[in-house]
Every structure is written in C-alpha cells, then in structure tokens.
Design a protein. Structure first.
Length: 277
C-alpha cells in the first residue's frame, strides 16, 4: 500500500492510502508456485485473488505466502477449479461457494471482508467455461451466471463497498478478442453469455479496466496452442466489476501482460486495480 499526502490548504492535510488488488488465474498452484512468488514480490499487491488453484485446501502451500505477509483463505478442489484470497489485511466473514445451489460442489467462489479502514467486500470467482455447447456444461454456466446476478443484487442492497473479480470466462465485446470471428460459436462469446454478463453490469457495476483503457488490443489470456502468445492472439476474459461506491475509489487498472512471456507461465496474466482508500 502506498501512502499519499493530500494538501487541502495551508493548515489541513490528510492521508490517502492507495491499495492494490490483483486477480490472477494461475492455472495450477503446483506448477506455478515459484512464478507466483516472484510476481508477488515484484508486484506487491495488498490483496491477490487467485483462480484455478487446482488443489484441495490442505495441499495449498499457504505457509509460503504467509511468510510474504499474507493471510490466506482457500476454497479448493482436487485437480480442478479452486479459488483463493491472499491478503495483507485480516480477512473476516469468509464465505465459500456461490449461494443459490446447495448441490453445486465445484469450488468457484470465495468472498471475504477487509478493513482499510472502511470495510470492503472482496469476491473472487472462477466462472464456468461452458464448452462444449450446447450441452450440460453450457447450461451450468448460464445457471451459475443467474446465481451470480442474484448474489450481486444482494450485495448491492447491503450498500457495502464491494467488488467481484476473477476469470469470468466472458469476452464482453468484439474488441476484447484479437480474432472475434474465431469465437463466434464459443461459450465465452455466445450472445446469451454476453447478455447475462451485460445484465450484471447494468445493475450499476463498472468494468474497471474499461474505465482507463479503450479500444482493442488489450488481453488477459493467450492459449498455449498455435503460438497464440507470439501472434498476440489473445482475449480479455479476466475482469474487475466494482460496485458504485467501490468505483468512486478507483485510481487505476492495468493488465500485466508481460508475465505471459516468462518461463512456465499461466495462460492468463494478472489484472490489478488501485483504490484510494
């Protein structure tokens, strides 16, 4: 966290704390631990939201991140999915699993509250991919998005400062893909998927990245296949959605695309915001 002094006159000054929150689909903690540690040391986020940890809770190497000063909460699953929150602030009221379907055993949602000094509710998500379609995987994706919409409504009614961030597996618009025509029949870009994403946005959320960055050429995912990274054939599917009160605090949002070119990378790269708190 950076501390800035704001001068509001000859007598009064007040401190502005600039807090950095990052989201990163690491595509497996076992394969990505060294790279993740290096990135945390270099980028130094106050909070890191992780997706696809692909680990049960007991196998997650939390002590490594605790040594870096982070509190660690996970919602894991063997070999698939899994989400985690790393925070330099204490995490309170931790909840695991997206409400609305008690039979859903997939580990895709974790939320918690931090105080900096105001309370901020942090929601980390890994939205279902949905392919192939049509079929049960796409049906599950759409149903999950309906539950996400209802949870977003609940949080908005609570009037908390909150955000939802992670791998949404949604390409919002054509400009968010290097080759949009290649995704026409993909669950990430199908009109029904994008319509449900837009419905959530229209509750009053801000797409943090688009608040600072316009136009094409901004991506957060490059497939391992067919030299996608070398050809910059990417898509933007990792997002920060901010409630109106959270958007009022937004100072910056960027994608760390260079991470994709390092040794043993994830197919995703981190996206981060800074909040003036």
């Amino acid at each position: 966290m950076q501390v800035l002094l704001a001068d509001v006159g000859p007598v009064f000054q007040f401190k502005i704390y600039c807090m950095k929150i990052a989201s990163f689909n690491i595509n497996g903690i076992k394969a990505r631990t060294p790279a993740l540690v290096n990135w945390l040391k270099e980028s130094n986020p106050d909070v890191a939201l992780l997706q696809e940890i692909k680990s049960i809770d007991d196998a997650f190497p939390g002590e490594i991140f605790e040594e870096l000063g982070y509190n660690v909460e996970t919602h894991g699953q063997k070999s698939f999915n899994g989400v985690a929150i790393l925070s330099k602030y204490p995490l309170r009221e931790v909840e695991r699993g997206l409400p609305g379907d008690e039979s859903d055993e997939q580990a895709r949602w974790i939320e918690a509250t931090i105080c900096v000094p105001d309370e901020i509710r942090i929601c980390c998500l890994y939205l279902p991919n949905g392919n192939p379609l049509p079929g049960p995987k796409y049906d599950y994706k759409l149903a999950w998005m309906d539950r996400l919409y209802r949870r977003a409504q609940q949080l908005l009614r609570s009037e908390q400062i909150f955000l939802m961030a992670g791998d949404f597996n949604i390409i919002p618009q054509a400009e968010d893909a290097a080759a949009p025509s290649a995704w026409t029949n993909d669950a990430l870009f199908k009109l029904e998927s994008r319509t449900k994403f837009r419905k959530i946005l229209n509750l009053g959320f801000s797409d943090a990245f688009r608040a600072f960055n316009n136009g094409p050429g901004h991506y957060s995912f490059w497939d391992y296949q067919a030299g996608a990274w070398d050809r910059n054939d990417g898509i933007r599917i990792d997002h920060f959605l901010l409630s109106p009160t959270c958007a009022d605090l937004l100072a910056d949002c960027k994608i760390d695309s260079d991470i994709r070119g390092l040794e043993k990378p994830s197919d995703h790269v981190p996206i981060w915001i800074e909040l003036n708190v």
